[in-house]
Design a binder for this molecule. Structure first.
Ligand code: MLC
Ligand code: AMP
Length: 478
């Protein structure tokens, strides 16, 4: 029996995956993915061009069934970041939807076109499954400085995390999960794609999120909804414009939010429109999901729930912020079976992410509530921005801006934003005449990724610096 994907041992006619471009039952998915698995078995690592399509999900499934680590590639990533991901992860091939033209950085890789039509394709035996310590995925995530790091996620960590969440949410093979998350990050990939496949349930990927599409999915049988707070913020507006949509979505069993903090205002708006209290859960790419509000307990607004089974969480003193112990605040440190195996090619960064006794330091600041739930109150690093649920390092954007000839100096911060949680604001000292802001925005979008583009460029004569010459971001104008 497969340890990671037991539903593929004797696949049924039940729906496994539905994307805007097509759908497959377990039996059909087993057929197309097992053939692909046989083709890629034994490789070191393989990339998947991770569009929100059936083909990408089949490629990921094939990698997992083959026991070959998969590197999901954000299809909108810019040339600089793509070059880094390819050089760092050194995939032996890329799985891609037929007909897709790949950017130059991927053109040199052997290309495997993913067949999603199961007609006449018989399932073939699966390669032997590696142990739980074997890497399943390499997911790129931003730090405060430097290019994104590849977090190695083992098969066992993924299985442990999904089982913990299944218990917290009474999530079973009877659930139909729906969402519109990108499948190149942990939220849409591990929870949103591998989750239903591990449980033998169904995924209905919407492609894009809006109230009407979500209401139609729930009408069509979806029971469970995943989203980032930006999705819920936009859904709240859709439901207020057309209350029948909120009523329809209220027929779902559970709404779950994560990747960033859901505001109390949006929580209330969604509950008013749907009758459902959104459950929050909290985690990181490196740790997978650590805490979750439970389906069988009332939602405690402003908290991210209780540690999932097997996870240990402690709050360490925040010495660098003065004595905060009387407020109960501490730095979140974790250990348990869901932690990553390290950053690819970066032993020093891996070591630096841990405490002396081997716990992972998340960089988040939190307190416990009387019920034992965790409330996230902030982050230690001002140079990490969460925008739309994406983690973005200020340094990546500053470096990209500095590559433009019209930029002499740059400092990037996140400002509070109702829709995105935080929006990226860039303060730029121009070298000569300042270009139209859009020129710099497009420059960043094409070099690294569109979601990393500044939403606002502010030109300044100089940046506030301390005696050491370090930019004082706290002094930047609001
Ligand atoms: C805009 N676009 C541009 C552009 N400006 N493209 C090129 N150049 C420019 N200058 C395009 C984009 O490519 C995109 O295309 C569209 O415009 C809108 O892009 P956007 O600005 O990113 O969309 P936005 O509306 O801001 O996005 C909101 C969002 C998105 C919620 C849909 O932020 C999102 O998907 N967030 C999910 C992030 C996530 O999964 N995080 C999980 C990390 S794991 P197109 O074609 O798309 O329309 C983690 C652990 C955990 O955190 O706990 O889960
Ligand atoms: P990432 O590196 O993209 O996986 O982002 C992980 C970070 O997202 C965490 O360190 C938190 O800062 C943030 N995060 C995830 N879920 C939540 C949540 N429910 N509430 C607040 N912050 C969250």
């Amino acid at each position: 029996m497969s340890d990671l994907l037991p539903a593929f041992d004797s696949p049924t006619e039940k729906l496994a995956l539905r994307f805007p471009d097509g759908a497959l039952t377990y039996a059909e998915l087993a057929a197309v993915a097992s053939n692909l698995a046989a083709e890629i078995a034994g490789r070191g690592r393989v990339a998947v061009w991770a569009t929100s399509t059936l083909g990408a999900a089949v490629g990921i499934t094939a990698g997992l069934l083959a026991g070959v680590p998969v590197v999901p590639v954000n299809p909108k990533v810019g040339e600089r970041e793509l070059g880094h991901v390819v050089a760092d992860s050194a995939p032996e091939l890329i799985m891609v939807q037929p007909g897709v033209e790949l950017p130059a950085a991927l053109a040199g890789l052997p290309r495997v076109d993913v067949v999603t039509d199961p007609a006449g394709v018989p399932a073939v035996p699966l390669p032997a499954e590696p142990g739980p310590e074997a890497p399943a995925l390499v997911v790129y995530t931003s730090g405060t400085t430097g290019p994104p790091k590849g977090a190695i996620l083992s098969r066992g960590a993924i299985a442990a995390d999904l089982d913990g969440l299944a218990e917290a949410w009474a999530w079973t093979g009877d659930d139909v999960l729906t969402h519109a998350l990108p499948i190149f990050h942990v939220h849409g990939l591990v929870l949103g794609t591998v989750g239903p496949l591990r449980l033998g349930g169904s995924l209905h990927h919407l492609g894009g999120m809006d109230g009407a599409a979500l209401a139609a999915a729930v009408d069509g049988g979806a029971t469970l909804v995943f989203g980032v707070p930006t999705h819920y913020h936009r859904l709240a507006a859709d439901f207020e414009n057309d209350p029948t949509l909120g009523t329809a979505v209220g027929r779902a069993r559970l709404l779950v939010s994560g990747s960033a903090a859901l505001t109390a205002v949006d929580h209330t708006r969604i509950e008013k429109a749907t009758g459902l209290a959104v459950r929050e859960r909290y985690g990181l790419t490196e740790t997978l999901i650590l805490t979750a509000a439970r389906a069988d307990s009332p939602a405690e607004v402003g908290t991210v729930g209780w540690p999932v089974a097997g996870t240990r969480i402690r709050l360490a003193p925040l010495t660098e912020f003065g004595d905060t112990s009387d407020e109960g605040l501490g730095a979140v440190e974790v250990s348990g079976p869901t932690l990553f195996s390290g950053y690819l090619n970066l032993p020093e960064a891996t070591a630096a992410s841990q405490t002396a006794d081997g716990w992972f330091a998340t960089g988040d600041i939190a307190r416990w509530t009387p019920s034992g739930a965790l409330a996230i109150v902030g982050r230690k690093a001002t140079d990490l921005i969460k925008s739309g649920g994406y983690k973005i390092g200020a340094g990546e954007i500053e470096n990209a801006l500095l590559e433009h000839p019209a930029v002499a100096e740059a400092a990037v911060i996140g400002r509070p934003d109702e829709d995105l949680g935080e929006r990226i604001v860039a303060f730029v000292v121009p070298a000569g005449e300042a270009p139209e802001p859009k020129v710099l925005v497009d420059h960043v979008a094409s070099l690294i990724a569109p979601h990393k583009r500044p939403r606002e460029i502010q030109y300044v004569d100089s940046l506030p610096r301390n005696a050491m010459g370090k930019v004082q971001k706290k002094l930047l104008p609001g």
